[in-house]
Design a protein around this ligand. Sequence first.
Ligand SMILES: [Zn+2]
Ligand SMILES: [Zn+2]
Length: 247
Amino acid sequence: MKITFLGTGKGGYPTLTRNCSAIMLECGDGIYLLDAGAPVLDLMTRLEVPFEKVKGVFITHMHGDHTAGLPAFLTACSWHYTDCSFDVFLTEERGIAAFREVVLAMDKVFHEDRIRLKKAEPGVLYRDENVTVTAIPTAHCQPYPSYAYVFEGEGKRVIFSGDLRRPDAPDFPVIALEEPSDAFICELCHFTTDHIFPIIEKCPAKQVFFNHVGGRVVEETLAAVEEFAKTAPMKVIAPDDGDSYTI
Ligand SMILES: [Zn+2]
Ligand SMILES: [Zn+2]
């Protein structure tokens, strides 16, 4: 399984070095997107991603830094990349209605037989010949839904925290603490490094990737991650945009 960090930035805005949230997983012959912050279409295009291999898009919650790349992505896959056929899981019905409307407003036609907008629900959400994806509710934008996602495929398990609730992450996905994983991708935006590191130390993960890093304290945060990595019981990395890892 290969993980490519397309956008590792924090909050509702990109910085010079970090785009908004988007991660690409490659497993078997499929490509899966975890969040679709802007400019996800452009970033995938520059990597020469074969769009016809995209099988699923999994949005953790509706905040713009995780979804604003969708209009360009959906219109390109509906109108131009006619071999595309995949599911897009959004967390709210009104998000489905809004993205349908924005594609229709731009293109006048939306090929929903191929690009299927669906509402994410807790539990096993998606399964194909490559992966099983499970959605775990978090409390990030209560009372609106948000999810962590677990990807299992090729004998590997990847847990993605999505965004959690500030300030003390009471919705930290229990599975990350209780079940082994090959990679745990944890956001690093809604709590301090001092708070999250002791929790991370207890996770039976082979590797931890911190993403959603940025803003005014990015240098401080990255320095803290580097320090933590020296003593952590697993491999700890804060990837830059464009970094890829095979697990
Ligand atoms: Zn966010
Ligand atoms: Zn958010």
